[in-house]
Design a protein around this ligand. Structure first.
Ligand code: NAI
Length: 328
């Protein structure tokens, strides 16, 4: 019998996974807790765990999982920066869902960009109160502006298609340029210096951690827009805050991810004192929007995540080729 312990689950996860588990005859046990050293024992008796973006799957957790007989970690997300792959090597297989809906995330990145550019978040609040004054809400045409895409994988490509539709000029930076995309690849510094909009679509790795820091902000044009729907650790938040304080430097920032999001995102903390000073500070800027890692959250993407995860479980169960296995 295949038993999978699901961590970090919300009601909307169960909607998709429960019927599939019944259909395949697999037993799914849903826990609201994040997977961490404190909760790992909940998975005892299972063959696999299914985890999400903010679960802490470090070396200690991997060792505990292996000790209680877990053979596979199924990430129900594309990123796997929160899994210690070195520790997992030879002990536990790790699979992810790479291509469930790149469009969902790219479209959300554009939603953030359009909001910070045209200030619809502020307009909404004003008009609710019948304040129809548009002072301070002026935006900029994206047509003919330069967008710099960092990371031209699945989501980056979807973003490029949308940007081209807007009539924007695209500059791209990737460790592995893809000539078939018909975009101009440049070095990172050139992208930072020339772009009117910068959108992050690379994974969080040792190399990309703080790819946007003081040095990068100093290189950027005045009036730049920055969008991060990838991983919070790509931006050094303290340096971003300093750059936001420089008059005229940054026109707007849309963040769907944040480097210290693990304890805050997906939870209702509205009745508590916010102890994260950087997050609290970010919320004070009228030209910054922070959302709670929801770029993936569409009906199509949720359905595809569930189906692709089921295919991963089925492949392991039946000894098939593991096309979505990630290795160090
Ligand atoms: P992908 O693997 O298709 O593409 C990533 C691209 O980044 C590849 O072209 C790769 O060559 C490039 N890259 C890797 N290291 C790099 C480096 N050091 N410098 C420049 N480029 C580098 O991944 P995909 O599906 O496009 O996803 C990208 C990221 O988006 C994920 O890693 C994840 O962190 C994030 N994501 C966020 C979601 C959200 O809800 N906000 C949902 C899904 C993914």
């Amino acid at each position: 019998m295949v038993n999978i312990a699901f961590f970090s689950t919300k009601p909307y996860d169960r909607i998709w996974f429960e019927p599939l588990g019944e259909e395949y005859g697999y037993r799914f046990i849903f826990f609201e807790s994040k997977l961490s050293i404190e909760t790992v024992s909940l998975a005892a008796g299972c063959n696999g765990v299914c985890a999400f973006v903010n679960d802490n799957i470090d070396g200690d957790v991997i060792n505990e999982l292996a000790d209680i007989g877990i053979e596979t970690i199924y990430m129900r997300c594309a990123g796997y920066n929160n899994v210690d792959l070195e520790a997992a090597k030879g002990k536990i297989k790790v699979l992810h869902v790479p291509g469930y809906s790149p469009e969902a995330v790219a479209e959300y990145a554009v939603a953030l960009l359009m909001t910070i550019n045209r200030h619809t978040h502020r307009a909404y609040l004003r008009t609710r109160d019948f304040n129809m004054n548009i002072n301070g809400l002026m935006g900029t045409d994206l047509y003919c502006k330069i967008i710099g895409i960092i990371g031209t994988g699945r989501i980056g490509q979807a973003m490029i298609n949308i940007a081209k539709g807007f009539g924007m000029r695209v500059l791209a930076y990737d460790l592995y340029p893809n000539p078939s995309l018909g975009v101009e690849y440049v070095e990172l510094d050139e992208l930072l210096e020339k772009s009117d909009v910068i959108s992050l679509h690379c994974p969080l790795t040792k190399e990309t951690e703080y790819i946007l820091d003081k040095r990068s902000f100093d290189r950027m044009k005045d009036g730049v827009y920055i969008v991060n729907t990838s991983r919070g650790g790509l931006i050094k938040t303290e340096d971003l805050i300093d750059a936001l304080l420089v008059p005229g430097k940054i026109a707007g920032v849309g963040l769907d991810v944040y480097e210290e999001e693990a304890d805050v995102f997906y939870e209702d903390r509205s009745n508590e004192i916010m102890r994260d000073n950087n997050l609290a500070r970010l919320m004070t800027f009228p030209n910054v929007i922070v959302t709670s890692h929801q770029g993936y959250f569409t009906t199509e993407a949720m359905q595809a995540i569930a189906i692709e995860t089921m295919e991963n479980i089925f492949a392991v169960d039946n000894g098939n080729e593991l096309v979505n296995e990630v290795k160090k």
